[in-house]
Design a protein around this ligand. Structure first.
Ligand code: GTP
Ligand code: MG
Length: 197
């Protein structure tokens, strides 16, 4: 897919204030600092579209971007940010879960996972929750440029095996890097395919 336009539309904390649900929508979610905003910038070829930071907890709102006037790409705040307060975390859970459970035009959730790490409980639990709720998702392993392909592949295999305790088969997955653009074309091609179905 060629990205002809990528436009910031809104930032929201309230699900009832989101843009009208009249176009297919794809959300990027995952732990704080996993690289959600960076990947969105890499996919759209615009380094300044979504705000990124070395400090976890940068994205705090639901951010909608309109792509090619035909679909929405959504940048979400990260989960598992250790420094945030308990009440903050509960608020996050409530509003993100509400978004995921009620957004009728949501086609697929891309769950981002740091390819450098062994499977993390919080990511596995989140995937399990998506599965229980019947929310379609795919796995996007990030920061592939930071280590050998072999190491990434080993972590991907471990993550997929861990999912098999709850799922009969694992969802599609991608190995990506916002630095080298690895995997970006595949992610966009998948979105294109879903859009045209
Ligand atoms: P929150 O908004 O805080 O939840 O974080 P996020 O998941 O949006 O992460 P963000 O894109 O802001 O990136 C976090 C840090 O990781 C930044 O310093 C990025 O430059 C770095 N980063 C993200 N993706 C990559 C990647 O593919 N390769 C490398 N080397 N660094 C990356
Ligand atoms: Mg972010």
């Amino acid at each position: 897919m060629v990205i002809k336009s990528a436009i910031f539309i809104t930032s929201n904390t309230r699900v009832d204030k989101l843009p009208s649900a009249n176009l297919p929508e794809y959300a990027f979610i995952g732990r704080s600092n996993v690289g959600k905003s960076s990947l969105i910038n890499a996919l759209t070829g615009n380094r300044h579209l979504a705000k990124t930071s070395q400090t976890p907890g940068k994205t705090q709102l639901i951010n909608h971007f309109l792509i090619n006037d035909t679909w929405y790409l959504v940048d979400l705040p990260g989960y598992g940010f250790a420094k945030t307060s308990k009440s903050n975390r509960a608020a996050w859970e409530k509003f993100i879960r509400k978004y995921l459970l009620t957004r009728e035009n949501l086609q697929c959730v891309f769950v981002l996972i740091d390819s450098r790490l062994e499977p993390q409980r919080i990511d596995l639990d989140f995937c399990r929750w998506l599965g229980e709720k019947g929310i379609p998702f795919m796995l996007v392993f990030t920061k592939a440029d930071k280590q050998s392909q072999l190491k990434s592949k080993a972590n991907i295999d471990k993550f997929r095996s861990a999912l098999l305790q709850w799922f009969e088969e694992t969802p599609p997955h991608f190995l990506t890097s916002a630095e080298t653009q690895l995997g970006c074309e595949q992610v966009l091609a998948t979105i294109d395919e879903i859009n045209s179905n």
